[in-house]
Design a protein around this ligand. Structure first.
Ligand code: ZN
Ligand code: FE
Length: 262
């Protein structure tokens, strides 16, 4: 018998290119939100659902990820605010300080915490493993993007490769809920360094078509990222050749440097 999913992920648009993810537990009619860039779109959707906000899951301290925290806490004083241990003092209203391997409950699911420094020194991701026939859901903030990865503001290439390796070890059918609509620009870069990758070209064509229709490209699938995202492919000889290195971390670092200037 098919079981209804208790946790629905609702994608909300915010600021110029951010996504906020509202997790809705339709049974209890409560909600959680991942990285509320701003409060308005969240409040509007909660009102529509008549749902109570019980949790804020922050991935890192940047303003375009925590900008809505204060107002949401004011509206829902019982909300629990989660973030990384290393972000202590940088996330408004943070109450729970998470480390690698910690678990956070929501609806009938459990989010596993991955410590993924690199974009910032405190960045975490939340992975909700599949429950009875569902697929897993990864909320990765600005660490992994569809077709790309976050800039290294507070971390080193070694850290970022280590962080991305953790995410890369998850199952192929995992939904990748990243925090920005950067996919088209990322793939424009990707085809310049991985030009013989047929899967990448197919994806690029598909994303171009979707964007021209104004459609979102998030979530993507982790398996697609493994095949087409250059920032997951530092071991590939073709990419190593493209940046003239045979060292995985140096390959990653050079790709990241090229993308910064792209
Ligand atoms: Zn950020
Ligand atoms: Fe961001």
């Amino acid at each position: 018998m098919e079981q209804a999913q208790k946790m629905q992920v609702i994608r909300l648009e915010a600021l110029s290119d951010n996504y906020i993810f509202l997790l809705h537990d339709s049974e209890q009619n409560v909600a959680a939100v991942v990285d509320p860039a701003e409060a308005e779109p969240v409040l509007k959707k909660l009102k529509e659902l008549k749902a109570e906000l019980v949790a804020i899951f922050n991935t890192h301290h940047h303003q375009d990820h925590v900008g809505g925290n204060k107002q949401l806490i004011q509206q829902f004083p019982r909300v629990t605010v989660y973030g990384g241990e290393e972000d202590r003092g940088r996330i408004p209203g943070q109450q729970v300080f998470l480390q690698q391997g910690d678990r956070v409950p929501f609806a009938d699911r459990t989010g596993e915490v991955f410590f993924v420094p690199g974009h910032t020194r405190a960045h975490i991701a939340y992975y909700f493993a599949p429950q009875s026939g569902e697929t897993g859901d990864l909320f990765c903030g600005d660490t992994l993007f569809a077709g790309g990865c976050g800039r290294l503001f507070e971390g080193t290439p070694t850290q970022m490769v280590d962080s991305l390796s953790k995410l890369r070890s998850l199952p192929d059918d995992t939904h990748v809920w990243c925090a920005h609509e950067y996919t088209l620009k990322n793939l424009q870069f990707a085809v310049t360094v991985d030009s013989d990758n047929a899967d990448l070209h197919n994806r690029y064509d598909e994303v171009k078509a979707r964007r021209s229709r104004g459609e979102a490209t998030v979530p993507s699938l982790l398996g697609v990222e493994k095949r087409t995202n250059p920032f997951f492919r530092w071991e590939e000889p073709t990419l190593q050749l493209a940046v003239n290195s045979n060292d995985p971390v140096q390959t990653f670092a050079r790709l990241r440097g090229m993308k910064d200037k792209f």
